[in-house]
Design a protein around this ligand. Structure first.
Ligand code: TTP
Ligand code: MG
Length: 358
């Protein structure tokens, strides 16, 4: 059966909430994120600010250069969470199959919905209307037959738009798309594809499954399928967190190995505390380093058994650090993340509580 998938994505989400709550920002270039005199980055910005070339993840210091009259505000997460809760409540009026990957977006499977004569386009329009009356914010909708294309579609008529990609249009649509625009192909993979001469969906489609598996590992299967407009991933309403971590940006770049190690120890304790609070156990530990020039590297280790103690994790971090250019490059951000998560009870032996600090 052909599915009916809707992807809803709010427009300039954090910035739109700020403009709604503080009307003096309406119509102005507004940046939400770090202050321009700090080392923070732009979380998002209003469409007025985007005209100046400002975008998410750009250093705020750069943003102010591009647009000196921009207004900078810090994020107010509680307000964004409340808006997010309101839109999810609206989604639930249409289907139980809702997967929200982040605060401002969600996939809805409305294949079995009977409202609006079962038309996904009418449902999307209805949802958009309700979002605006309830939250005074706008969102854009993508309607298609799988998650991959619905996500692409929601971006095509932004802001406050609605875009349909039919099963007939899907494959041709993917062909013209630059691989960098594919959701699921990150910056590093994009680079690698470009180096292999794969620039568009059409190029990707011309690659054999074997070649993609060889070059990219298991995810090559996904690339092979999406190049044909095929994506069978279900809308997963019970998704558990796959990873989480903590990170820290420094006011001043650091390169002293001892200091770096100390910061990692600190981050590790925080990350392990979070694991403990959520009663989770991890088998994979990853360190993340962003150098002063924004080059980002990660190094990780996966063990057969859960990582239960601080000394054990510290040792792994020390090992992973050996695989970096420790001491020879300036660093602006460090992070520690855990993944391959399981519930603690799945491996807790004899009902004994996890002994993090032994
Ligand atoms: P996006 O949906 O990517 O961006 P947006 O909603 O601000 O704008 P658009 O109209 O293009 O959808 O992200 C949603 C929110 O997530 C965004 O408002 C702020 C936050 N965010 C960050 O904090 N850092 C980031 O790098 C990105 C991309 C988003
Ligand atoms: Mg958005």
């Amino acid at each position: 059966m052909t599915r009916k998938i809707i992807h809803i994505d709010m427009d300039a989400f954090f910035a739109a909430v700020e403009q709604r709550d503080f009307p003096q920002y309406l119509g102005k270039p507004l940046v939400v994120g770090g202050m321009p005199d700090s080392r923070g980055v732009v979380a998002t910005c209003s469409y007025e600010a985007r005209k100046f070339g400002i975008h998410s993840a750009m250093p705020s210091a750069r943003a102010v250069q591009l647009c000196p009259q921009a207004i900078f505000v810090k994020p107010r997460f509680a307000a964004y969470q409340e808006a997010s809760r309101q839109i999810r409540e609206i989604f639930r009026q249409y289907t139980d199959l809702i997967e929200p990957p982040s605060l401002d977006e969600a996939y809805l499977d409305v294949s079995l919905a009977t409202v609006c004569r079962g038309s996904a386009m009418l449902i999307a329009a209805d949802i958009k209307k309700k979002i605006t009356t309830t939250t005074e914010l706008t969102g854009s909708a993508g309607v298609s037959y799988n998650k991959f294309l619905a996500k692409i579609a929601s971006d095509l008529d932004k802001p406050n738009g609605i875009y349909l990609i039919t099963p007939e249009q899907g494959p041709a649509f993917v062909e013209t798309l630059p691989v960098g625009r594919f959701h699921g192909i990150g910056r590093a993979t994009e680079k690698k594809m470009l180096a292999l001469g794969i620039e568009t969906g059409r190029d990707l489609k011309s690659c054999s499954r074997q070649l993609l598996l060889q070059q990219f590992g298991k995810v090559g299967n996904f690339y092979y399928d999406i190049a044909r407009g095929i994506d069978n991933r279900p809308v997963n309403n019970k998704r558990r967190r796959k990873s989480f971590g903590v990170e820290m940006t420094f006011q001043q770049d650091i390169d002293n190995p001892e200091l770096i190690t100390r910061h990692f120890q600190d981050l590790l304790l925080k990350a392990m505390n979070k694991l403990q609070q959520r009663q989770l156990a991890a088998r994979t530990i990853t360190i993340k380093i962003k150098y002063a020039n924004f080059d980002l590297i990660t190094r990780s280790r996966t063990m057969n058994a859960p990582l239960t103690t601080v000394p054990c994790c510290s040792r792994l971090i020390a090992e992973l650090l050996q695989k970096t250019e420790l001491g020879s490059r300036k660093i602006r951000l460090l992070g520690v993340a855990f993944s391959s998560l399981e519930k603690q009870s799945q491996w807790r032996s004899g009902g004994r509580q996890l002994d993090l600090f032994s």
